[in-house]
Design a protein around this ligand. Structure first.
Ligand code: ADP
Ligand code: MG
Length: 281
C-alpha cells in the first residue's frame, strides 16, 4: 500500500505535467481533397494517440499525407470523418496550446529575431512590456541566440532560423509542439546538431511533441513512439515504442538496439514503397 507521502508526490508531479503537456488523439480520421467525383483520398481511418509529455515521431514517404495530418492537429483543417482531440476535447481551430513549426521558415523578414519572438503575444495582447521582452530574451539565450537578438532573419543560418522559430513558438507556452519536417533542407552536420539541441529542449520542457519526418535515423534518434504511415490512402501501419535511454546522443544510433529499430522501420517503409511502385508500373 502506498504511503500518504508517495500519493502526494505522485499527484503533484502529475499535476505539474498536466500543466505543460496534453494528450492528443486522432480517432478514425479520414480526409480527402477535391470534389467528390475526382476526390483524392489522402488519410483513411487513422487512429493514433500522442501521449502527454512524450515525443512521438510520424514517419512516412513524401506525399503520403503527413502535412495533412499536421493541419488537422493544428486545427487548420477539419477531418471529413472521425475526430481530432486534445485532452478529450474536439480540436475546432488553431489555438496557442498547439504551436507548429514548419519546414519553410516563417519568420517575419523585416523584424529582428527578438521582435519576431515578441510579435505573437503582443498582437494578441497576452503579454506585453519589459516582462515580455525579458521572457523573449531568456528564450533566445536558451536556444543559443543570445548574440543574435537584434539580427534580421536573413542574417541567420538555417539552423539559427529554426531555433528562432522554436523560441517564437515556446513563448506562447503551448502544451503541444508540432514540428513538420523542421530540419529538412539543413546540411547534414547542422541537422544532427539541431536534433541533439531539440532533444535537450524536449528533455527540459516535457511538452507533448509531435515531430514529422521522412528520415528514419532522425525518427529513431528522437522518438519515444514511432508512428509509421502506409502509402496513400494513408493509414497507421505500425507504432513502435523506441526504448532507448535519455538523454540521447548520436552514438546511440550505432547500438545494436537502434539498428534493430532501424531495420524494422526500413522493412515496413520499404514494403510500402514497393506497393506504390507496383501501382506505378
Ligand atoms: P506529405 O506532407 O506527407 O508530403 P501532404 O499532406 O502535403 O503530404 O500531401 C498529401 C496529399 O494530399 C498529396 O497528394 C497532396 O497533393 C494532397 N494535398 C495536400 N494538401 C492539399 C490541398 N490543400 N488541396 C488539394 N490536395 C492537397
Ligand atoms: Mg509535408
Amino acid at each position: 500500500m502506498s504511503t500518504p507521502k508517495t500519493i502526494t508526490k505522485a499527484s503533484s508531479s502529475a499535476k505539474a505535467k498536466k500543466l505543460t503537456s496534453s494528450l492528443v488523439e486522432l480517432k478514425n480520421v479520414s480526409k480527402s481533397y477535391g470534389e467528390e467525383w475526382a476526390s483524392d483520398n489522402v488519410l483513411k481511418n487513422i487512429s493514433v494517440e500522442f501521449p502527454a509529455g512524450e515525443l512521438t515521431v510520424i514517419v512516412g514517404p513524401s506525399g503520403c499525407g503527413k502535412s495533412t495530418l499536421v493541419n488537422l492537429l493544428a486545427g487548420f483543417e477539419k477531418p471529413d470523418e472521425g475526430r481530432a482531440l486534445i485532452d478529450g476535447k474536439e480540436i475546432t481551430g488553431p489555438a496557442k496550446d498547439r504551436m507548429v513549426v514548419f519546414q519553410e521558415t516563417a519568420l517575419i523578414p523585416w523584424q529582428t529575431t527578438l521582435q519576431n519572438v515578441t510579435f505573437g503575444p503582443k498582437m494578441r495582447g497576452d503579454k506585453k512590456g519589459p516582462s515580455l521582452v525579458r521572457e523573449a530574451e531568456d528564450l533566445l539565450i536558451k536556444v543559443g541566440l543570445g548574440e543574435f537578438m537584434n539580427k534580421y532573419p536573413i542574417q541567420l543560418s538555417g539552423g539559427m532560423q529554426r531555433r528562432a522559430e522554436l523560441a517564437r513558438a515556446l513563448i506562447n507556452e503551448p502544451t503541444v509542439m508540432i514540428m513538420d519536417e523542421p530540419f529538412r533542407g539543413l546540411d547534414a552536420m547542422s541537422r544532427s546538431l539541431m536534433q541533439e539541441f531539440f532533444l535537450e529542449l524536449f528533455d527540459e520542457n516535457q511538452k507533448t511533441n509531435i515531430f514529422v519526418t521522412s528520415e528514419i535515423d532522425e525518427a529513431i534518434f528522437l522518438a519515444d513512439n514511432l508512428v509509421i504511415l502506409s502509402n496513400k490512402p494513408t493509414t497507421v501501419q505500425t507504432v513502435i515504442k523506441i526504448d532507448l535511454p535519455r538523454p540521447r546522443n548520436y552514438k546511440m544510433l550505432t547500438t545494436a538496439k537502434a539498428f534493430k529499430y532501424r531495420r524494422q522501420a526500413m522493412e515496413l517503409l520499404h514494403g510500402e514503397a514497393l506497393k506504390s511502385f507496383a501501382v506505378l508500373k
